[in-house]
Design a binder for this molecule. Structure first.
Ligand SMILES: Cc1ncc(COP(=O)(O)O)c(C=O)c1O
Length: 268
């Protein structure tokens, strides 16, 4: 797994006895050359379109590299496309799954486009893995059929598309306001990872994360430190960055300007 990511997903794997070494992440996404150097790796869980939480997109060269790794080793790529609906700056990045459907498991979710409370997601599985995946899932329906049918209707009627387009505009506006405000009020902070998605990373001067988090909490803000997402075995040096992970979607329109002002006041 990438050296920055969600610990709850890492725990799903480690709880089953798997060893999950970290893969370094830089501005080009996960370091696929490191993956090729690791011995005995059967699968890689990646966020290629928008690395979570640092926000990098996996570079074109590394996309090819990781697909070649899977082909040559028989390894599996788990492609976590958790926020693919919200891309702002460029044309949508294609899925790795489209490049190599035999070796890529594509994971999607309604958590960002609709709501995390729905607990709706989907998996596109290489045909040879389908029996094992359905067996592991079991025969009990885990997601409400009514919710599934409602989502299907939402998709086929075009309403989902309209909803996503509307949210995308709103989130892009907020993202641009975040960029402007931070540039104006907190020149020591750099905003990164904003080409897509609902979260941005505010890169802080070294050694200031803990006190910035405390200042943000003091202003009533619920933001996370980059260190919360760091793999416990992540390398030293550049891996240990200071930053805030700011979700700019989970605030109402009326509360947003005040939240933004508070955030800027909390930055060094
Ligand atoms: C990296 C990443 N993957 C996947 C998800 C979606 O998870 P779920 O579908 O369990 O809500 C999230 C949600 O925050 C995420 O940040």
């Amino acid at each position: 797994m990438e050296e920055y990511g969600l610990d709850i997903y890492r725990a799903v794997l480690t709880d089953r006895g798997m060893s999950v070494p970290p893969l370094a992440v830089d501005r080009g996404g996960a370091r696929i050359d490191d993956l090729a150097r690791l011995e005995g790796v059967g699968a890689a869980l990646l966020t290629p379109a928008h690395q979570f939480p640092t926000g990098a997109a996996l570079s074109t060269e590394r996309r090819t590299e990781v697909v070649n790794w899977a082909r040559s080793t028989g390894g599996i790529i788990l492609e976590d496309d958790y926020d693919g609906e919200f891309r702002y700056d460029r044309k949508p990045v294609g899925a790795l799954q489209g490049m190599e459907p035999e070796h890529v498991v594509y994971l999607g979710t309604a958590s960002k486009s609709l709501a995390p409370a729905l607990r709706l997601g989907w998996v596109v599985v290489p045909p040879r893995l389908l029996p094992a995946v359905t067996a592991a899932k079991g025969r009990v329906e885990t997601v409400s059929v009514l919710d599934q049918l409602t989502l299907a209707e939402f998709l086929t009627s075009g309403t989902f598309d309209r909803h996503v387009r509307g949210r995308r505009q709103n989130y892009r506006r907020r993202r641009d306001q975040l960029l402007e405000s931070v540039a104006q009020h907190a020149p020591n902070t750099r905003v990164a990872g904003i080409a897509a998605g609902l979260q941005a990373v505010l890169e802080l001067p070294r050694g200031t994360e803990t006190r910035t988090l405390a200042a943000a909490a003091h202003h009533g803000l619920d933001v996370s430190g980059l260190s919360e997402f760091r793999h416990p075995a992540a390398g030293s040096g550049t891996s240990h960055r200071d930053g805030l992970v700011v979700n700019f979607s989970a605030v109402s329109d009326s509360a947003w300007p005040g939240a933004l002002a508070s955030l800027c006041a909390a930055l060094p």
